[in-house]
Unconditional design. Structure first.
Length: 541
């Protein structure tokens, strides 16, 4: 029937009922309906005060006892419908209102509340999945599962909260989106779980879905209902192929893949039911069931998505733990190697220091003792000469010990030690002695060997002034400028003689000391008096 039509039902009653009776239809599938009992309107969607209606939901209306009369009662139902949109009147139930309300409540729980519950669960799962993907942006399967769950839950909740469009083409398009929009995203997510997803496949799937909506819309209202049924075939095939690939290739837990296979089997069975319903092979009162397959499919795919995500998190945690263990092990090995290296360096430093002490004692104390032994053996040296040579050997020994006690680079302490060692010979000679040493910078590159060379240089310069120059006053001065430390020994004696003249042994020894220090030597003697200046660079050459 196209347009509006009337149905007439006779309700014979032996007496006027004492309680409210009502009219119930399992599914409100007409564009609009009105109910009249004995000429009085008792309900329907043709009333002007009804602003919102919910299509394809159970409907119940009641009639008070005052409208009934004994004998024949007449119920008229006016139906406005479009058969192209599969609209019409389902079976009409009449009876005691309380009994009909119990039947209506069972239908309402399945047709409305269950759909809303699925919608809430799907919406929550979709938001959670999208939030999880937004944090990592790694697994496309998580993104597409979240989008599919969102498209599954949101339309149902929006329709429940704000009502559906008015009956007509827009309502059918809304129902198409509500029932099928989640399917492309779910299929793409399953393909990514099967490791065969790609951007090109995703675009192609959405284009096919958009084409399935656009073509019947462009052809007109007559084709919308046909599109609702026909679009289900490729949707089911698409989901079937993608989920089969996911089950075979995803590598998830066996029971999860078995659950996905069971959900797919249920979805195919429900799709066959809806196709038979469309073709008129089963009762028109029956509700379309394929939308109820969507939560099972979505949850099965979501379970595999969650399983893979948590497997990845667990593997990452295990890899991190393994890496940390390797880092700890490697750190221990490096520390052990460093300890071994430090031990070797310490041992090498000890050997080097021993070699240096042996060389210093050989060159200094050894030479002095050899000279003393030679003087004793020849018998030509007097007591004073032997005593002088013994004091020289003792002085060499003291200098060697002092160089070990002086911190490397500390020129102030090195020169202070020299002043202490010179005190006795200076006082014994009766020569006036001036010490003018400023606060000197620390030279980190000045090793004990260089300190010993500096101390020997000063002793050599002062000894020459005492023994050969006949000086009455000797001055030792030290200062630092921007480039170097300058140490000088000045006397007022006879000036250069054969002992210190160029080519003389004393000058050669001082020159050798200066070279060992990396310093320059300047000897100035105007005829009376001599100044020997050692200039030590601040930076190591």
């Amino acid at each position: 029937m196209r347009g509006a039509g009337w149905y007439r039902f006779e309700l014979p009653l032996a007496e006027v009922p004492r309680w409210v009776h009502g009219v119930f239809i399992p599914r409100d599938s007409a564009a609009a309906m009105g109910f009249w009992l004995n000429g009085t309107v008792i309900g329907g969607t043709l009333r002007p005060d009804v602003q919102v209606r919910r299509n394809h939901q159970p409907y119940l209306t009641g009639a008070p006892p005052a409208l009934f009369r004994p004998g024949k009662n007449v119920l008229h139902v006016r139906v406005q419908a479009n058969p192209d949109l599969r609209q019409g009147l389902t079976r009409v139930w009449f009876g005691y209102s309380a009994e009909l309300r119990a039947i209506w409540l069972r239908h309402y729980k399945v047709h409305v509340l269950l759909v809303v519950a699925f919608g809430l669960v799907s919406l929550t799962a979709g938001v959670a999945a999208l939030a999880l993907w937004a944090r990592t942006r790694r697994d496309p399967a998580v993104l597409w599962f979240g989008l599919s769950a969102l498209l599954l839950g949101a339309p149902s909740l929006v329709g429940f909260a704000f009502g559906l469009p008015s009956p007509g083409p827009m309502l059918e398009l809304w129902r198409l989106v509500q029932v099928y929009a989640y399917a492309p995203a779910l299929a793409i997510g399953a393909l990514y779980l099967a490791d065969v997803g790609s951007r090109r496949r995703s675009i192609a799937i959405w284009l096919l879905f958009a084409l399935g909506l656009a073509v019947p819309t462009a052809l007109g209202e007559k084709w919308l209902a046909t599109a609702f049924a026909v679009l289900g075939v490729p949707v089911v095939l698409l989901l079937a192929v993608s989920i089969v690939l996911m089950i075979v290739r995803s590598g998830g837990a066996l029971w999860l893949r078995a659950a996905a296979a069971g959900a797919l089997a249920i979805a195919i069975a429900l799709a066959v039911h809806d196709l038979a319903h469309w073709l008129g092979w089963i009762d028109f009162d029956r509700l379309a069931l394929f939308p109820f397959a969507a939560p099972a499919l979505t949850l099965s795919v979501g379970a595999l998505v969650g399983s893979r995500h948590f497997d990845a998190v667990r593997e990452l945690a295990e890899s991190k733990a393994t890496l940390e263990a390797r880092v700890v092990e490697r750190t221990a090995q490096i520390e052990q190697a460093h300890e071994h290296l430090r031990a070797l360096e310490s041992e090498q430093a000890t050997v080097h220091e021993r070699q240096r002490i042996m060389a210093d004692m050989h060159d200094g104390l050894g030479a002095s003792l050899v000279g003393l032994l030679g003087a004793v053996q020849t018998g030509n040296a007097g007591r004073e000469e032997l005593e002088r040579r013994a004091h020289a050997a003792l002085q060499e020994l003291r200098l060697a010990v002092d160089s070990l006690d002086t911190p490397p680079g500390d020129l102030n302490m090195a020169l202070g030690t020299v002043r202490h060692r010179l005190r006795d010979p200076i006082e014994a000679s009766g020569v006036a002695f001036d010490w003018q040493v400023a606060d000197l910078p620390r030279l980190e590159h000045f090793s004990p060997t260089r300190i010993l060379h500096l101390q020997r240089f000063l002793f050599e310069a002062v000894s020459n002034a005492l023994r050969h120059a006949g000086a009455k006053r000797i001055s030792v001065a030290a200062r630092a400028d921007a480039d170097a430390v300058e140490v000088s020994v000045t006397d007022d004696g006879r000036g250069l003689n054969s002992a210190t003249a160029p080519g003389g042994r004393g000058l050669m020894i001082m020159q050798r000391r200066a070279s060992a220090l990396g310093a320059s030597l300047e000897v100035w003697s105007p005829g009376a008096g001599t100044r020997v200046t050692l200039r030590i660079p601040l930076a190591q050459a």
